[in-house]
Design a protein around this ligand. Structure first.
Ligand SMILES: [Zn+2]
Length: 222
């Protein structure tokens, strides 16, 4: 049975946000551009992504895929719920990172999904003592979505919130927990967005003449 907790137990790559909920939100690349790239196309892709993140075990992965193959309509409906939650979380965390109040509808969406999952959580004995697990009625295809909601609640209700940042990359929008020692991480990735920004600023300094000079450049065109 799946074991879950309100504090993250499985490390999620820092590069992808450092928390399950953020890695899910960050499954859209270049979200703020004209051509965002969505890594999640359907329920099986979502399950594969969770496995790649290390957030589910191989047996859970295989069981979820088997369920999805035998009940595709149910898997499709679960996937729609995931995407709805993901988009609410993006807006919610973007607001939180900016110090703004969340839209009530986005908070409602999280609370509803979290509430569905919490109703099915149960404390069970485990080798180390006790663990929160999804009760017998829980397993289906929605429990990984509830885990995303649990992870989001844990971020909002912990010190993580003060370290939540959004990449300032022009077309990026990725969210992450800044776990750097000096809390001075600025970019999702200095190799990607940070480098892009440096290259852009360098280009502007050396190629573009802002303001009226830009007009004169246009006027010089043949
Ligand atoms: Zn970025």
């Amino acid at each position: 049975m799946k074991i879950t907790t309100l504090t993250p137990t499985r490390p999620v790559p820092r590069a992808l946000g450092g928390r399950l909920c953020l890695a899910i939100v960050n499954s859209v690349l270049w979200r703020r551009s004209d051509s965002p790239d969505d890594l999640l196309g359907d329920y099986p892709t979502f399950v594969g992504y969770l496995r790649e993140l290390g957030c589910i075990d191989q047996p859970d992965h295989d069981a979820l895929l088997t369920s999805a193959a035998s009940r595709p309509a149910e898997a499709g409906a679960a996937f729609d719920r995931l995407i709805e939650l993901r988009e609410s979380l993006f807006r919610l965390f973007s607001a939180a990172a900016a110090g703004d109040q969340p839209a009530p509808a986005d908070l409602d969406a999280l609370n509803i999904t979290f509430g569905h999952g919490v109703r099915l959580l149960a404390v069970q004995p485990s080798p180390g003592g006790y663990a929160l697990t999804w009760g017998p009625a829980g397993p289906g295809m929605d429990w990984p979505i509830w885990e995303v909601a649990v992870s989001a609640v844990a971020v909002l209700g912990s010190d993580d919130l003060t370290a939540l940042k959004q990449c300032p990359g022009e077309s990026c929008g990725w969210l992450f927990i800044d776990e750097s020692r000096g809390q001075n991480r600025r970019w999702c990735s200095s190799r990607l967005c940070g480098n892009r920004d440096r290259v852009k600023r360098h280009y502007q300094r050396t190629h573009e003449l802002p303001g009226k000079d830009s007009v004169s450049l246009a006027q010089r065109r043949p």
